[in-house]
Write a new protein. Structure first.
Length: 453
């Protein structure tokens, strides 16, 4: 007995309507592979309508696919309903990718734009949330509240009219992934040195200069610390056309990715949020795809055995420092590098004008710090981060400023951990590559050695 034509058409028509609405209200970047996949499925559904009476096996299979697709769509309708009723029922890996409100409005409500450097910053008294999966809440602190100026400081420091130290930098100064009281500027406060944190995730060197001019000078500090993270000199290029950067509101790194989903996807510092369960699951598969790629890379490194298996999670990261070593001459003559040093030189000039000392503080990457303990070998004689450090040391010497490179302190700490150490004792977060509570403590101790003199 043949099925009525209306029943035959029901499944593909239903699917077409739902797919059309999803495409119209697509909540991820338009460049997403998912959008192309959904459009392809939409066209298959359309084709199945015109071939519904065909007896060819290929078109019968196409119709059966429409029934399966209908079942999948119904499943996601149920999941969406369940999420609306009780979001806490779903795991954090999924809910961190979801937003029930207008995503653009949420992101834009967290930042304010300026007509001069630092161009963009977090709004005052605002809850900032790191999105995407960075570990459990024991492994990563996702939420923190900005102070009255929009920076990551304790109330007792943000209310001071003058401080001993002003800290400039990006996420490693801001303290991404740790609580406000555990960030190294806050730890200095417990040691008797008031330190105001002007670090913001994603800042380029020119923004460090701008934040000092706009918020730091008025605090009359005795010390100005420039926190520098490897490879951030590359962010300078976005500001070569300052007018365009301001007009387009397109900057760099973490803070920019809060308000720009497509850039967030590329940068990976703060992940995209979705409106729908299906989109959120797709975002999670990105991590799976990344892990598959890493697995393939690990297969090529099977002949390399780490001496300490506790560092297997960081195997590719550790081994990568031997690759893509920068050319010192090319780096030192690049426009990005020269622009970075120009910004630092202006910070020094400002410091001289207010009789403050400058400390240039470098943050070594996790791969460098873990290399010796993980491999049982000494660090290579040259690698990209080492070249940057060398050039920064030369700059510090030429300009007669203090220089702190905590690399050896961090390496010695890791090398001397007991064989049965807890991963929480490592100086970097377990999943995310920013400094852990221990890492911030070690950085604070290195700074204290200098300022106490």
């Amino acid at each position: 007995m043949k099925k009525p034509f209306q029943i035959i058409l029901f499944f593909p028509l239903f699917n077409l309507i739902v797919l059309s609405l999803y495409i119209i209200n697509f909540d991820l970047p338009k460049t997403s592979v998912l959008l192309k996949l959904i459009i392809f499925i939409f066209l298959l559904s359309l084709l199945s309508i015109f071939t519904s009476r065909s007896r060819l096996l290929i078109f019968k299979s196409l119709y059966n696919f429409q029934i399966s697709l209908f079942s999948i769509i119904c499943l996601f309708f149920l999941l969406e309903t369940a999420y609306k009723i009780n979001p806490n029922f779903f795991p954090m890996q999924l809910t961190n990718h979801l937003s029930s409100k207008d995503i653009d409005d949420i992101r834009k409500a967290k930042v304010e734009y300026l007509d001069e450097s630092p161009y963009v910053k977090f709004k005052a008294d605002t809850i900032i949330t790191s999105q995407g999966w960075r570990g459990t809440r024991d492994q990563f602190v996702y939420d923190w509240k900005t102070d009255k100026n929009g920076f990551k400081n304790l109330d007792k420091i943000s209310n001071l009219r003058s401080v001993d130290i002003v800290a400039l930098g990006n996420s490693f100064t801001e303290g991404m992934g740790v609580a406000i009281e555990k960030v190294w500027p806050s730890l200095l406060m417990t040691k008797g040195y008031s330190a105001y944190n002007l670090g913001v995730q994603g800042y380029a060197p020119i923004q460090l200069l701008g934040s000092l001019k706009k918020y730091g000078i008025q605090l009359k500090p005795n010390y100005i610390i420039i926190g520098y993270t490897a490879h951030t000199y590359g962010r300078e290029q976005i500001f070569f056309d300052e007018k365009k950067a301001i007009e387009e509101k397109r900057f760099t790194g973490g803070i920019q990715s809060v308000v720009n989903a497509e850039q967030a996807n590329n940068i990976g510092e703060i992940k995209i949020q979705a409106r729908y369960i299906f989109s959120a699951l797709w975002l999670i598969t990105k991590k799976v795809r990344y892990n598959i790629k890493n697995f393939v890379n690990r297969l090529s490194n099977l002949d390399i055995t780490l001496s300490d298996k506790k560092f297997n999670l960081y195997k590719n990261e550790v081994l990568s420092i031997k690759k893509n070593v920068a050319n010192e001459l090319i780096l030192s003559n690049s426009n990005n590098w020269q622009s970075t040093l120009k910004a630092f030189k202006q910070i020094i000039d400002i410091s001289d004008s207010i009789d403050a000392k400058v400390i240039l503080l470098t943050f070594p990457p996790r791969s460098v710090v873990y290399f010796e303990r993980a491999t049982g070998k000494k660090l290579p004689k040259t690698y990209s981060e080492l070249i940057e450090i060398k050039l920064l040391q030369e700059f510090a010497n030429e300009n007669k400023i203090l220089f702190i490179n905590p690399k050896n302190r961090l390496i010695n700490y890791v090398n001397n951990l007991e064989s049965n150490f807890d991963v929480k004792a490592l100086p970097y977060l377990e999943i995310d590559a920013h400094l852990s509570n221990i890492g911030h403590e070690l950085i604070a101790e290195e700074i204290l050695k200098i300022v106490k003199k």
